[in-house]
Design a protein around this ligand. Structure first.
Ligand code: B16
Ligand code: MG
Length: 215
């Protein structure tokens, strides 16, 4: 019986993945590192610092610790500017209806995100009150693809992993959830279709009862 639902944030609940991409693209261009949506796929779900390391690896570049820190702050500035007007209309299709219904039916909801901006986004989109537990990038020692974020989310709900489902849109997140021993529902991103337990285009498509019957 599934009692807990753990959601990734960017790309599952809210449409902020493009904003991350646009900010990294600007930085890649400044560093003259070829970077397209294809390369961005590898950055999805990674922490901010791991994303920059992955970008520098792509361009076979190394920079000083100070420049690294400066770029991280700059990237976040660009990103935050691009989401300053974020609101409930930026939730992905079916999200609000799904979480409202599950909350009313007493399922326990959690967020497991690599983002250090998760609390801000949940508040701006006015869905923060639905979640019993929010584990974000500030709260883990090892980010995705390590399972810590999801393990802490299930502990926060007080539920064993076998009673939780993880919803993810990124390869690093699917790996994290699988390593943690969770069922993983892939959302939206066709690139992860074959690595998750079940795939949906958006939350509006997901029928929890049918899924429970199938496992
Ligand atoms: P921030 P998620 C991740 O969030 C994003 O997928 C990833 O693109 C981003 O680099 C990461 O958060 C860190 O975000 O810079 O806001 O701390 O998908 O795990 O919810
Ligand atoms: Mg994501």
């Amino acid at each position: 019986m599934i009692k807990g639902l753990i959601f990734d944030l960017d790309g599952v609940l809210v449409s902020t993945e493009t904003n991350h991409y646009v900010a990294w693209k600007l930085i890649a261009d400044e560093l003259k590192i070829p970077f397209t949506e294809k390369e961005n796929e590898k950055l999805k779900g990674l922490s901010r610092a791991d994303s920059l390391s992955a970008l520098l690896d792509l361009g076979k570049r190394s920079i000083s610790h100070l420049k690294f820190k400066t770029i991280l702050d700059y990237k976040n500035k660009i990103y935050l500017k691009s989401i300053e007007k974020i609101n409930q209309s930026n939730l992905l299709p079916g999200v609000l209806e799904f979480i409202k219904e599950k909350h009313e039916k007493n399922h326990l909801l959690a967020v497991g995100s690599s983002s250090r901006n998760a609390h801000f986004i949940l508040k701006k989109t006015k869905i923060d009150h639905f979640f019993t537990c929010v584990i974000d990038g500030n709260m883990v020692k090892k980010p995705k693809p390590d399972p810590e974020v999801f393990i802490n989310a299930s502990s926060g709900l007080g539920l064993p992993r076998s009673e939780c489902l993880v919803f993810e849109d990124a390869e690093s997140g699917v790996i994290a959830a699988k390593k943690g021993g969770f069922h993983v529902i892939g959302v939206g991103n066709l690139k992860i279709k074959d690595s998750c337990d079940y795939f949906i285009k958006n939350m509006g498509e997901f029928d929890l009862s049918s899924y429970e019957e199938s496992i």
